[in-house]
Design a protein around this ligand. Sequence first.
Ligand code: B1M
Length: 212
Amino acid sequence: MSIYTEISESLQKGRAKIVKALVEQAIAEGCPAAEILGEGLLDGMNSIGEKFKKNEVYVPEVLVAARAMNMGMEVLKPLLAEDGVASAGRVCIGTVQGDLHDIGKNLVKMMMEGKGLEVIDLGVDVSPETFVQTAIEQDCDIICCSALLTTTMDVMGEVVKQAEAAGIRDRVKIMVGGAPVTDAFCKQIGADKYTSDAASAADAAVELCENK
Ligand code: B1M
């Protein structure tokens, strides 16, 4: 078994310390950082994402896999920066104003990081102004809004309106999701993409960045 397969499989089992040690070993053996990332860590997170979509694994498995991914990334990040490995795109994500639910938002964030996207996490209770300002200041490709309450999902419409008013709609896409959100609602408020789960959100974000 190649060291990349070992990293991928250990990550899927959530064996964080083993993943970290294997990444260190791969670096010591002279493996390129981009390959360790793509064929090891990202391969593992992609597999978990696919299994999560098919309900073959659940939230706890995703969380431990993401922890293992983060441990591996800690070792790899400085080398990736040195090698100038480009990110797949940059997004900012948050749960909308008035809403404190963050478990789903955190899953989306982890899946997106697992796809090689740079993710700026704005946390919970995020105002439309903060989403839009961050997208401008951090040059984000996508604003990602999560809402779990029927009473807060309308804030997403306000994010779209404020992004339009700020003149960034031609270069910043807006993605929405969360239990009460639907594709029809996404279209109604003029957002760009609705997805029902974290793994699909990560796939869609990569696609949106590629097609920019
Ligand atoms: Co709250 N809560 N809660 N709650 N809570 C719900 C959402 C509720 C459905 C429970 C119920 O009544 N049956 C209900 C909402 C009803 C409604 O609006 N129609 C509700 C309520 C009413 C409330 C309070 C108002 C209760 C009160 O105080 N009276 C209050 C509101 C506080 C506030 O936000 N201002 C409240 C508080 C809380 C806790 C703090 C106790 C806690 C949150 C802890 C936390 O998040 N750190 C909590 C919880 C845990 C829940 C339930 C039980 C679980 C939510 C969850 O984490 N699901 C929930 C009932 C339920 O769903 N069974 C409930 C797991 C998570 C993985 O799923 O977030 O949907 P989810 O994310 C999914 C997808 O939706 C998608 O990906 C994820 C998985 O792949 N997704 C995206 C999410 N964001 C996305 C963004 C994307 C794409 C996909 O693109 C950008």
